[in-house]
Design a protein. Structure first.
Length: 222
């Protein structure tokens, strides 16, 4: 994956926990996704001071596919869709509002009720950050292009832990693929979606819905 061009437009930070779809995104999601919930519209949770415990993270590139959600049915799981994000950003000037929403999403005919999705024409990356504050041990999810996207052309999905990219799921299409990594001791978790490098010449490209299906956190023991 190409490194970010240092001359590109700076990332726009939008503090606060309320995130909403763009008008175009609403049109795309209206057919197959029932928007039953959105992120809590309350002040962002401030990120606490760094701890002395170094996060135990795994760096990997996910290449395998899996037909079922690895998060579903996990006892004590905390759904990312139920947590208020502390930051959302996109380096794409076409977004007046954040492209992110928390709502059910359908992938390969299966509805994932606790999904976090982003809609856009994908000229660049969009990210969503949550405060973990060292309270969780593991993060799991499925990633894919939603069934009701205007086009199923691939997107790249990735995860940052404490601002370090630790997992990439490149060239992901409509078949769900798993994400499963340790986040013990981590303060921040960022999920992101961006176009593959070969896609950028077609900017703005086809509008697609990138889904983090049932993303979940496992609380730390004790």
């Amino acid at each position: 994956m190409d490194d970010q061009d240092p001359t590109s437009a700076p990332v726009r930070r939008k503090p606060g926990s309320a995130v909403w779809l763009s008008a175009a995104g609403v049109a795309v999601l209206a057919v197959g996704i029932v928007i039953g919930s959105t992120f809590d519209a309350e002040p962002a949770t401030p990120v606490g001071a760094s701890t002395t415990t170094s996060p135990q993270v795994e760096t990997s590139t996910v290449v395998a596919s899996a037909p079922e959600s690895v998060a579903a049915g996990r006892p004590g799981a905390v759904w990312l869709a139920d947590l208020p994000p502390v930051d959302s950003s996109s380096i794409d000037d076409m977004y007046v509002e954040s492209p992110w929403t928390a709502a059910p999403a359908k992938v390969r005919g299966v509805t994932y009720s606790k999904s976090v999705s982003a809609t856009g024409a994908w000229c660049s990356a969009a990210q969503l950050t949550f405060a973990l504050n060292g309270e969780y041990d593991r993060f799991t999810a499925q990633v894919a292009i939603a069934d009701d996207s205007l086009m199923t052309k691939e997107l790249d999905f990735y995860v940052l832990v404490d601002d370090r990219r630790v997992t990439e799921v490149p060239d992901t299409g409509p078949t769900p693929r798993p994400v499963d990594l340790a986040v013990t001791g981590a303060r921040l978790l960022t999920i992101g979606i961006e176009p593959p490098s070969a896609d950028r010449s077609d900017c703005p490209g086809p509008e697609r819905v990138g889904v983090w299906a049932d993303p979940a956190l496992t609380p730390a023991a004790g």
